[in-house]
Design a protein around this ligand. Structure first.
Ligand SMILES: Nc1ncnc2c1ncn2[C@@H]1O[C@H](COP(=O)(O)OP(=O)(O)OP(=O)(O)O)[C@@H](O)[C@H]1O
Ligand SMILES: [K+]
Ligand SMILES: [Mg+2]
Length: 678
């Protein structure tokens, strides 16, 4: 699947696209694209005039010319259809591969208290409970409610390393079509047939439900209006010329019309949109709609986590710093006791550090303690011992409050110690037993390399970055400075994210964020672009409008870039398409009037061979520019991180000026060849 996703165009895709270009000639499907529909109607009219020249007051002399015009017009429509078919083709190929993954999976469904029935996966409904053993395919999307297993998700992510899925917590969601490689899990199905992740992925990549995005619709309206205006101008041109005693041939008028209406962008518009979606998909991000990708291009603010997004996130304990009268040995033993069942990277690293330093702890004290799991709300974890003592480790301010609430005093050297750790960008965890604080654990984390550059790029794009972290203000400030984010919010609880998003949105900004936990779901839904991690919970994935199959939260940065590139490509090709008109105008207008008004020859600045060759050359240029621009439409225009206004002026220069000049050269060159015949 992944190899497939990354592969470029194959001969099979191209052949298929050629075939589909003809099928798309069906007027009913052409009508969705008004610009090209007008060209198709023109093609039909010219065909009739070629076949029955007499019926339209033409002469036999015109047949050759009319046939040429007909042929070029037909090719113009086919080129536009080909662009769209090609863009769709890649997705169709992926969809076929996905459909194979889905085929005939058997499920072991729990019936009653003990019973198990073998059913086809297509018969599973929301709420059904299934058992999946080692080596078996998971029959549908769901949540693990019992057990732990490693799961090979390569069918959807392309990543061959298995991932651990377990009941409860943020790693409980499983996807139908993935395989359990070890152990056994019990799964509660969370989607009905036809609505599974793979189903959605299929309809997404094959574009079955592709709807035009708001920007695309707006542009389409603009292009249609332009077409209408040119249509009115051309239709009235005939009678006016006649009044002046000039006879204009209908095929010539149609040629002028087709040259002036925005066929280039009209032909490439949907290919650009599909290719934008496809770029996101090849990046292993599933966008639930084109609208989401487009919104990504308009983002003003990106909200990021600190741990795991900006930093590596495998925070490791690297030092025990005791405070007050406590010794390092005492501190280490309580730190270990509080972490015995803490499965977070932080918790496990405490045990490793203590072992490395040769400290021990009293197993009898720890026996039968009730584990208190880490929660982002409490920012502490620990254990309630059998003898009634409570051991906690956690964020310094949280532990201080907890100790103070029990009437304990705070050692005077605690703050200095924790500030020292925080100033280095580390996370200090305080360790306490009931009302006494023993000291600090120094958790070290590193900013991922290259983050500074990426944030700098985003700043140049005019995007504000806000880091939200549960960590203390000093650590947050250090990491924020080191990574170069614009703003940070420290000691933030999950609900604070939604408050930041609302605040930004109320200022009229579009906000993107990433998240994976159930408590991120509301914020993911509130954000204009919510990117959920595939490893995350079902709730997070359903709330988000994008899912990252690689579960790399920093990918939001690339997604925004791809969105910007999509908008830019569309803008650049629109500019290019409309700027082309100038040269075509100079080619066709003198050709139309030169016989009646010889002075018109001053407008023939390209020195084109003959009136007929001028018209055909302009028309040929108008047609072949479409396939020539397909690679650009599919790949996107070269992208530089610049502010929106700078990008706009740069693109106007490149594509506007280029759009004026290129057709003068192109039409002249084509005319040199065409003039050999006409
Ligand atoms: N396993 C743990 N046991 C006790 N305290 C912890 C544990 N893990 C983290 N903490 C403390 O809780 C705080 C909040 O953690 P949380 O995971 O909510 O945010 P974070 O990881 O610091 O930041 P981010 O929101 O960027 O991921 C941490 O800064 C740390 O002080
Ligand atoms: K055109
Ligand atoms: Mg965290």
């Amino acid at each position: 699947m992944s190899a497939n996703r990354k592969s470029m165009l194959t001969a099979a895709i191209v052949n298929r696209a050629i075939k589909i270009s003809f099928l798309k000639l069906n007027p009913r499907s052409m009508m969705k694209n008004p610009v090209m529909f007008v060209v198709e109607v023109g093609t039909a009219v010219v065909l009739l005039m070629t076949l029955f020249p007499g019926a339209f007051g033409g002469t036999k002399d015109d047949v050759g010319f009319n046939a040429a015009v007909f042929f070029i017009l037909l090719v113009t429509v086919l080129f536009a259809n080909f662009a769209e078919a090609l863009a769709e083709g890649r997705g169709k190929a992926q969809a076929d591969a996905l459909k194979n993954t889905k085929k005939d999976i058997q499920a072991r469904k729990r019936v009653g208290a003990q019973g198990v029935a073998i059913v086809a996966s297509t018969e599973l409904r929301k709420g059904d409970i299934v058992i999946v053993e080692q080596g078996e395919m998971i029959p549908g999307d769901g949540e693990v409610i019992e057990g732990l297993a490693s799961v090979d998700e390569s069918a959807i992510t392309g990543e061959s390393a298995p991932v651990i899925k377990e009941a409860g917590g943020d790693f409980s969601s499983v996807t139908g079509g993935t395989r359990v490689v070890s152990d056994r899990i019990v799964v509660r199905i969370t989607s009905d047939p036809g609505e599974t992740f793979i189903d959605r992925m299929i309809s997404l990549v094959e574009g079955a439900k592709r709807q035009k995005t708001p920007n695309e619709l707006a542009l389409n309206t603009l292009l249609t209006s332009l077409t209408l205006i040119f249509l009115i101008v051309i239709v009235t041109l005939g009678p006016i010329a006649k009044y002046l005693g000039i006879e204009l041939q209908v095929p010539v008028l149609i040629a002028l019309l087709v040259c002036l209406i925005p066929t280039t962008i009209g032909g490439l518009l949907s290919a650009i949109g599909i290719a934008g979606m496809d770029r996101v998909t090849r990046f292993n991000v599933l966008a639930m709609s084109g609208k989401a990708v487009e919104a990504a291009g308009d983002i003003n603010t990106v909200i990021l986590d600190k741990t795991g997004t900006i930093t590596y996130g495998n925070r490791m304990a690297c030092e025990f710093a005791s405070v007050g009268q406590s010794s390092e040995k005492e501190l280490a033993s309580w730190a270990v006791i509080s972490s015995l069942q803490d499965e977070t990277p932080e918790g496990r690293s405490v045990l490793e550090l203590s072992k490395k330093l040769g400290f021990s702890y009293d197993e009898a004290i720890a026996a039968d303690g009730v584990f208190v799991e880490f929660k982002a709300e409490t920012r502490m974890s620990g254990v309630d011992l059998r003898d009634g003592r409570q051991v906690r480790k956690g964020a310094v301010d949280a532990v201080k409050k907890w100790v103070a609430a029990q009437g304990g005093t705070i050692p005077v050297d605690l703050d200095a110690g924790s500030d020292a750790i925080a100033r280095e960008g580390g996370t200090p965890l305080a360790v306490a037993v009931d009302h006494r604080i023993y000291g600090l654990i120094y958790l070290k984390d590193t900013v991922k390399p290259g983050m500074r550059d990426r944030f700098e790029q985003m700043r140049q794009m005019g995007i504000k970055t806000i880091m939200c972290t549960g960590d203390n203000p000093l650590t947050a400030a250090t990491i924020a400075r080191e990574a170069g984010v614009d703003e940070f919010i420290a000691e933030s609880k999950p609900e604070d994210k939604i408050a930041v998003i609302r605040r930004e949105q109320s200022e009229g900004k579009l906000v993107a964020m990433t998240g994976d936990g159930t408590n991120d779901a509301p914020a993911l839904a509130q954000a204009d672009v919510g990117l959920a991690m595939n490893s995350g919970t079902v709730a997070a994935k359903e709330a988000a409008n994008m899912v990252d199959l690689d579960s790399d939260p920093s990918k939001i940065i690339e997604v925004v870039s791809i969105g910007k590139q999509l908008l830019m490509t569309r803008g650049a090709l629109t500019t290019f398409s409309i700027a082309n008109d100038i040269a075509k105008y100079f080619a066709i207008i003198p050709a139309m009037f030169i016989l009646a008004i010889p002075e018109m020859s001053v407008l023939n600045i390209m020195g084109l061979g003959s009136p007929k060759s001028a018209i055909l050359s302009a028309l040929i240029f108008n047609a072949i520019i479409i396939p020539l621009l397909i690679p650009l439409a599919m790949k996107g225009v070269a992208y530089k991180a610049l502010s929106a206004s700078k990008l706009l002026s740069r693109n106007i220069i490149v594509y506007g000026l280029g759009g004026v000049i290129v057709p003068f050269i192109g039409i002249k060159l084509i005319d040199l060849i065409v003039h050999l015949w006409v």
